[in-house]
Ligand binder design. Structure first.
Ligand code: SAM
Ligand code: SF4
Length: 350
């Protein structure tokens, strides 16, 4: 499979800290990077594979065969064990499309067993109703669904799938039958943004759901679409403020989204602006790919192989390795200067 990030060989930098097999007693301190940010949020991609072909992400669909060496449950067990001992409080299972993994509910249950307080999934919602009860029973707290349009035909054009009515039905089932917190994400594109905003406002009027507009990020696979469709979120903020919406004060561990609330609406509207100046200031996340590589930042050109520790259930080695990476977590994503570096976001889960 094509990847734009060079494979990193674990031995060299980890050797500075004793490397794999160095089992000196570790103080149970949380992960803190060189900019004093506590990293309490793990985003784990459980598969690269995706069944959709969103035009901004995988316009030609997933290329090649799905890898047969994705992290196993046993490896994920060690991963959670090590991360929790280093202060992880929230995990997001993402992809690719995480729901294509048959053992996704088992992965959720593992996270729960390890005492992770918030367990979230990012999904395209394909056959959502079929999965809901197993995810809920396993301990899922939050679901982020990609719903890039409320128009059936536009949804089909973007994703390649004519499933919007079914998906929205399933969303209502989720709201009625589970206590899973729901957020919806829609990519912000010039041609659809205004209609999407009006539909989203309508949708959240009676439903306790946050609909979040994500500014479109440029990758090497979407350059033409990016230049045709990229659109800042400013007009959405202006529209909301002139219609009586107010930004909700942030509390600790809130992500980078700014959420707007209105007394007449059950739900809220969120804005995610990765190109905004201070977007990375409160970063609290680390990413791990489905093959066991740590990505210190979504757009970092390097990745760091921790699979040897996972494969040998070497929790202490894993913890030492993770701590050793802290000084080199980049301060920013530097998206403006190297926007074409990542092929697409399905590789590390957006
Ligand atoms: N398949 C799942 C889904 O669609 O939610 C999880 C993986 S997807 C890569 C995670 C998020 O990244 C989705 O909300 C998607 O819209 C977003 N995304 C993908 N490509 C993007 C891009 N170029 N710019 C901004 N967001 C993007
Ligand atoms: Fe698949 Fe999600 Fe990318 Fe769409 S955004 S192609 S659903 S990984």
């Amino acid at each position: 499979m094509k990847t734009s990030v060079p494979t990193y060989h674990a031995k060299a930098p980890f050797a500075d800290m004793g490397g794999q097999g160095s089992h000196t007693q570790l103080a149970p301190t949380p992960l803190v990077d060189g900019f004093n940010r506590q990293l309490t949020y793990l985003r784990l991609s459980v598969t690269d594979f995706c069944n959709f072909r969103c035009d901004y992400c995988l316009p030609n669909g997933y290329q090649g065969k799905r890898p047969d060496d994705e992290l196993t449950l046993a490896e994920i067990d060690t991963l959670f064990d090590g991360f929790v001992s280093l202060g992880t409080k929230k995990v997001r299972l993402t992809g690719g499309e995480p729901s294509v993994r048959r053992d996704l509910a088992d992965i959720i249950a593992l996270a729960k067993q390890h005492g992770i307080a918030k367990i979230a999934i990012s999904s395209n919602g394909y056959k959502l109703a079929k999965h809901l009860s197993s995810w809920q029973n396993a301990g899922l707290n939050q679901l982020n669904l990609s719903i890039d349009s409320f128009d059936k035909n536009i949804f089909k054009k973007i994703t390649g799938f004519d499933i919007l009515p079914t998906l929205l039905n399933d969303v209502d089932k989720l709201l009625q039958m589970t206590d899973i917190k729901l957020k919806m994400n829609g990519i912000l594109m010039h041609d659809t943004a205004y209609d999407n905003l009006l539909s989203a406002l309508d949708f959240v009027k009676e439903r306790p759901v946050t609909y979040r507009f994500i500014e479109f990020m440029q990758t090497s696979d979407n350059a033409d679409l990016f230049f045709a469709q990229n659109q800042t979120a400013q007009f959405i903020k202006d529209y909301l403020v002139t219609h009586g919406w107010q930004p909700k004060p942030k509390v600790q561990d809130d992500g980078p989204a700014i959420e707007y609330i209105h007394p007449d609406y059950a739900g809220s509207i969120g804005i995610i602006e990765p190109y905004a100046k201070n977007f990375c200031d409160s970063c609290n996340r680390l990413r791990v790919s489905s093959l066991g590589k740590v990505h210190l930042c979504l757009f970092d050109s390097q990745n760091y192989d921790i699979r040897p520790y996972l494969a040998t259930q070497d929790k202490k080695g894993l913890m030492t390795a993770l701590k050793g990476l802290m000084p080199i977590k980049p301060e920013h994503h530097y998206l403006d200067s190297h926007s074409g570096m990542m092929n697409n976001l399905s590789l590390v889960g957006g």
